[in-house]
Design a protein around this ligand. Structure first.
Ligand code: PLP
Length: 380
């Protein structure tokens, strides 16, 4: 069976000697816009491409405000900060995520709580979230929920749209609203993904996108904070630009800010990539359908977009019976030059987060042992 799978993938990718997991594609105005940056000398934090990239993302996602940053991890740190999460708060997220989600919580001095995932969406399970809040927390007179064990306030929740598949974000937001917990969506992987025709990353108080080299579109490195809240957007822009008060020459800074802004040269790439996003999404969808039909024929589970959602199919994934089968396939496919990879170690399994609080992780543990990502680059 393993050979049938790698043969199919090799066929899709024209028998290249090495088939990578997700390569960027530059088929539009990338070189032209980069040359404009160089010719104009505007390669750094000031320049028209940054604003233009933000405008394009706003128009595409429907978010009212967008603030471009140097990468998604920093955008997440700042999102937590400007939304009001403080030192010693607790922030709920899922155990099945990339480490950046948990690290951003730690940068604030807050504590992550890792909960379980849905098996179909791979996102945070609303049922497990509800049960955790009901059993493990207590509402106090100030209106906030406090962890019964640690006594700490639970201020935020970060659901993740894993591999581009939308989480059950409506249910998650509803539960969080009922419990005075703000939602910051980790939409790092889900540009181009919609939950019931609304773009992922526009449901919570804020969200973040990533434009790392392996994402659906890339700026080299880059991220963006999205929000519909003007005060949050203004604060994020101010803090990401060293909290400098705008002035022609004076250096006045009214807070301890950060240098998190996206450079113009990266935004130039982003503008060009946005012009080919629709084409990329169409091609990724076609490829996902090819994979779905093939895996259904050979009896391997392929992760498809959840009901009522439109996924960007950023990174395709299949599920094996158990860890032994998964590992055998990883070894076989790598030997064949087909780059595959297991999903992330659960945050709860990383020594750095061994002391963090966890819920019951039954589904996440199964997913961690059996999921494999398969090549998903756009074929041009
Ligand atoms: C789920 C998730 N969260 C956060 C990030 C962080 O984004 P970045 O690599 O741009 O810092 C990534 C991507 O790399 C991610 O996949």
């Amino acid at each position: 069976m393993y050979k049938t799978i790698t043969d199919f993938i090799k066929n899709i990718y024209d028998h290249q000697s090495t088939i990578n997991l997700h390569e960027p594609r530059f088929i539009g105005n990338e070189k032209k816009y980069l040359a404009e940056c160089i010719d104009s000398t505007f390669v750094s934090y000031v320049g028209a491409f940054v604003t233009s990239f933000e405008e394009r993302i706003k128009a595409y996602t429907g978010a009212k405000y967008a603030v471009a940053m140097a990468n998604g991890t920093l955008a997440q740190h700042l999102a937590l900060r400007v939304c009001g999460v403080v030192h010693d708060d607790e922030v709920i997220t899922q155990a099945l995520t990339f480490v950046a989600t948990a690290n951003a919580i730690t940068y604030i001095g807050a504590h992550p709580i890792f909960l379980d995932s849905d098996t179909d969406t791979l996102g945070l399970s609303p049922e497990k979230l509800f049960t955790f809040l009901k059993n493990e927390t207590l509402k106090k007179a100030d209106g906030f929920n406090y962890n019964k064990k640690s006594g700490r306030r639970i201020s935020a929740c970060i659901p993740v749209h894993v591999f581009g598949h939308p989480a059950r974000i409506d249910d998650i937001v509803q539960i969080c609203n009922d419990n005075n917990i703000l939602v910051i969506e980790d939409a790092a992987e889900s540009l181009g993904s919609f939950y019931q025709s609304k773009h992922t990353g526009t449901f919570g108080l804020a969200s973040v996108l990533s434009f790392n080299g392996n994402k659906t579109i890339t700026t080299g490195g880059g991220g963006m904070l999205l929000t519909n809240n003007e005060a949050i957007a203004t604060s994020a822009k101010h803090l990401s630009t060293t909290a400098k008060i705008p002035h022609a020459w004076a250096f006045e800074h009214d807070e301890i800010g950060y240098n998190y802004r996206m450079p113009n040269i990266n935004a130039a790439l982003g503008c060009a990539q946005m012009e080919t996003l629709d084409l990329f999404l169409t091609k990724k969808r076609e490829q996902a359908h090819l994979y779905a039909a093939f895996f259904s024929k050979i009896g391997v589970e392929f992760i498809s977009e959840p009901l009522d959602c439109r996924s960007n199919y950023w990174l395709n994934a299949i599920k094996f019976k158990d860890r032994t089968e998964r590992d055998a396939f990883l070894t076989f496919s790598h030997n064949q030059g087909v780059m595959t990879r297991p999903t992330w170690r659960l945050m709860s399994q990383l020594p750095i987060y061994k002391d963090a609080e966890c819920g019951d992780l039954f589904q996440a543990e199964r997913l961690e042992a059996t999921l494999v990502n398969i090549p998903s680059s756009v074929r041009v």
